[in-house]
Write a new protein. Structure first.
Length: 131
């Protein structure tokens, strides 16, 4: 199998609704049939929370997200105890729990995290795909 890619939440949202924000070269890598595309359960939490508090105007997205994730060829990635323990114990000052879980999942799963979040791009692990 090729590379495993874990999508940061904003990249997932762009692929679902504004795919032009993701460069063709990145979309081509993600669409490679030999690669595995992963979407974390915490992205579902983040999306539902942002819809609920009014920071994301996409009320139908929470109901349709599982099907839309499947249509882009992605596999849902549950949060395991190993992911959670690493996220909570990483000696990294970043406080956002969603970002911490995504970094931990990418590290444990040996996946490349796809993000443009500068707070994540300077870490020693995991591998990052950005633009």
């Amino acid at each position: 199998m090729g590379v495993s890619y874990l999508l940061d939440t904003h990249v997932l949202l762009w692929l679902l609704s504004d795919h032009e924000r993701v460069p063709d070269s990145v979309r081509d890598r993600l669409a490679d049939p030999s690669s595995e595309l992963l979407v974390s359960a915490v992205s579902g939490l983040e999306i539902a929370t942002k819809v609920r508090i009014g920071k994301l105007d996409a009320p139908a997205l929470t109901a349709t997200l599982p099907g839309r994730v499947a249509r882009i060829g992605a596999t849902p990635l549950p949060v395991s105890l190993e992911h959670a323990l690493l996220a909570g114990s990483m000696p990294w000052p970043h406080r956002d729990p969603i970002d911490r879980v995504l970094v931990a999942q990418a590290t444990v799963e040996a996946a490349t995290l796809v993000t443009v979040d500068v707070a994540l791009t300077g870490l020693p692990a995991p591998r990052i795909l950005t633009w």
